[in-house]
Design a protein around this ligand. Structure first.
Ligand code: SF4
Ligand code: F3S
Ligand code: FES
Length: 248
């Protein structure tokens, strides 16, 4: 059975804006994105929202619902009480372009800072063989849909704009971990993660893992193993000796 739900939706840009009240029809089986589309169709034709697949696969419709970072297309209306007011706001860590659409270019800048897969130069086509266990490990990280909910949630940048310069964020630290764990990659990843991409800022609060719509264990399977590799390297007697001899 349908009912009328109360919504508060952010209208405005990075300079100014406000939460506007709406009452919108909700039907059985609908998700929050359906309601936003109904709002556009009936009451707010200029409401800006980014979306593509409506299937939890493109990562475009990220926003905050009642203050929690979520995908609009994967949040069922049935998780809310019928009398509850549902508040929809743009991602907080990124500049608002208009209404629910944010400028997520920080993420693309961070992606570009990571050198791509680097196999050994003598490796010929046909020699790219990997153990199944290594394939499966990176499969988990490859499920990422680049919704940037984890990037938006991590407290290192959520309330600290200044940290963006030196912190790649969980999604891209996970990318570095994926490459570091790849048996055919010979790029130097460990020191770079710590010194250039800000791994040390992460104090493993796991908020990134909690919001990931793909259920990727970002902290346990990528960030903590990466921190362990950094620690191992730091206390490796050969590395220590090398630093003593060559970095004076
Ligand atoms: Fe989104 Fe998860 Fe990828 Fe982060 S790791 S961008 S939360 S899919
Ligand atoms: Fe941030 Fe995730 Fe670390 S939320 S602090 S990157 S565990
Ligand atoms: Fe593609 Fe929501 S519209 S993930």
């Amino acid at each position: 059975m349908g009912y009328d739900a109360k919504f508060k939706v952010w209208r405005g840009d990075d300079e100014k804006g406000e939460l506007r009240d709406f009452t919108v029809e909700v039907n059985e089986g609908e998700v929050v994105l359906d309601i936003i589309h109904r709002l556009q169709a009936t009451q707010a034709p200029d409401l800006a929202v980014r979306w593509n697949c409506k299937a939890g696969k493109c990562g475009s419709c990220s926003a905050e619902i009642n203050g929690k970072p979520r995908l609009l297309c994967m949040t069922r209306m049935s998780v809310f009480e019928e009398g509850e007011t549902v508040t929809v706001t743009p991602l907080r860590a990124f500049p608002v372009i208009r209404d629910l659409v944010t400028d997520v270019s920080y993420n693309y800048e961070k992606a570009r800072e990571i050198p791509s897969f680097t196999p050994h130069e003598n490796l010929e086509p046909g020699e790219y063989r990997m153990q199944q266990v290594d394939v499966e490990r990176s499969q988990e990280f490859r499920k990422c849909i680049e919704c940037f909910l984890c990037q938006n949630t991590c407290h290192v940048v959520r309330d600290h704009e200044d940290n963006k310069k030196s912190f790649a964020g969980p999604r891209f630290l996970m990318r570095i971990a994926e490459l570091e764990m790849h048996p055919l990659d010979v790029g130097e990843r460990t020191d770079a993660a710590q010194d250039e991409h800000g791994l040390g800022y992460c104090n493993i609060t796991k908020c990134c893992t909690e919001v990931c719509p793909e259920g990727i264990k970002i902290t346990d399977n990528a960030l903590i193993p990466m921190k362990e590799r950094v620690a191992d390297r730091k206390y490796d007697p050969l590395v220590w000796l090398g630093n003593k001899l060559f970095r004076r």
